[in-house]
Design a protein around this ligand. Sequence first.
Ligand SMILES: [Zn+2]
Length: 113
Amino acid sequence: MIIKRVILLLKAAWARLPLGRRWHVERVSDEPEVVKRRTVYLVGESELWVAVFQCPCGCEKNIWLNLLKEHRPRWSVTVNQNGRPTVSPSINRQVGCRSHFLLMNGRIKWCSR
Ligand SMILES: [Zn+2]
């Protein structure tokens, strides 16, 4: 369907605008059933083990990042005093949209290939 494709393209273009609203964090004990846009879910109880969020490119795929020290690759998520997350290192999807980006202080910074 052409209309569906156009909508997806528009969504992707909108998602890439630097004016987009900032990301925030939600702490949850179990993996969320619904992943809202621009939300990083930090999953775990005493220890956080995964961060889940929707890919910012507009492809609507969810991304899981391991937070456990004993497994590789591993990411860390810090939250500033305004509640805005920073994820390091960068996220470089190897499948699907192959997006490569940083999430810094609640904003997406796209990495060029
Ligand atoms: Zn994507």
